[in-house]
Ligand binder design. Structure first.
Ligand SMILES: C[S@@+](CC[C@H](N)C(=O)[O-])C[C@H]1O[C@@H](n2cnc3c(N)ncnc32)[C@H](O)[C@@H]1O
Length: 274
């Protein structure tokens, strides 16, 4: 390694611990790397059409439902009256991770939030069976349900029951038509994926939005491969640009597309399981 390369590497690594070049109400460190694999034609077509359709998706009803349900959502320009955390140390910034997920106050912000893209994807693919890993408040489940065909169904998995989740947006009546079901099982474990093998085989679209550790997501993907996603779904992974998710995303060998600029600011990726 030349001295110049060495200096460049050290400077780029230490940069994380110095003063960050931008400030915002919410920040996460990430890394940039060149792309090493290409998406399938199907992924490109689906993404382009979904992006176009997302432009006219309205989430007014869900925005109203989520109003006042959790801590302020900083949004792209910061929450009203909230000043960016200037001068915080790198450690404090990294410790500032939130624990439980809270509903965004403005899910309709797009790009930046991924909900309009998600709605457009579900409307476009018209899946009969949708799986979601990570219910939380139910925002994404409700978005997908509103775009689902009449004969479609969503099974959303979590380890916390929806009605015990702080700031839950879901209501009992959201489940009464049988098109939405929650299962409290962990599909990152062999017991979880085996208990739900038939469902996995029938999945037409999957949203993975759970712990974002990278370790857990490897467990989910192992389950997908072991059981076999027989319907060849498109799988959407949330938060792929988060530090813990970087190597997981890089390792995926199937055709994939990083769609972050048209999805969630923290990373949105599509993988083709056809
Ligand atoms: C980021 S939140 C999901 C947000 C939600 N999809 C939305 O957009 O409204 C992550 C959720 O994953 C759940 N979770 C953690 N481990 C899980 C697992 N193994 N399977 C399913 N959900 C899990 C957490 O309890 C939490 O509710």
């Amino acid at each position: 390694m030349s001295l110049g390369t060495f200096r460049g590497t050290v400077a780029s690594r230490l940069a994380l611990f110095g003063r960050w070049p931008i400030s915002a109400a919410l920040m996460r460190p990430s890394l940039l790397t060149p792309v090493t694999s290409v998406p399938s034609e199907r992924l490109l077509d689906t993404a382009l059409r979904a992006v176009e359709a997302a432009r006219s998706v309205s989430l007014e009803e869900l925005t109203t439902r989520s109003r006042g349900r959790g801590p302020a959502d900083p949004g792209p320009a910061g929450a009203a009256g909230q000043s960016p955390p200037r001068g915080r140390s790198a450690l404090a910034r990294l410790r500032g991770r939130e624990g439980l997920h809270s509903p965004p106050r403005r899910p309709g912000i797009w790009p930046g939030e991924h909900y309009r893209l998600l709605s457009a994807l579900v409307a476009l693919l018209a899946p009969k069976t949708v799986l979601e890993l990570g219910t939380a408040t139910g925002m994404s489940a409700l978005v997908m349900k509103s775009a689902l065909p009449e004969d479609g169904k969503i099974v959303t998995f979590d380890v916390v029951p929806w009605n015990r989740y702080p700031g839950a947006l879901l209501r009992a009546e959201d489940f009464t038509d049988g098109r939405l079901e929650q299962r409290l099982e962990d599909l990152s474990t062999p017991a979880g994926w085996q208990a739900n093998a038939e469902l996995l085989r029938s999945a037409d679209f999957i949203l993975v939005d759970a712990a974002h550790t990278g370790v857990q997501e490897r467990g989910f993907v192992r389950g997908f491969e072991q059981i076999g996603l027989a319907n060849g779904p498109i799988v959407m992974f949330d938060d792929i640009r988060l530090w813990g998710m970087l190597s997981f995303w890089q390792e995926i060998e199937r055709p994939k597309l990083d769609l972050t600029s048209f999805g969630h600011w923290s990373g949105t990726g599509l993988v083709d399981y056809a």
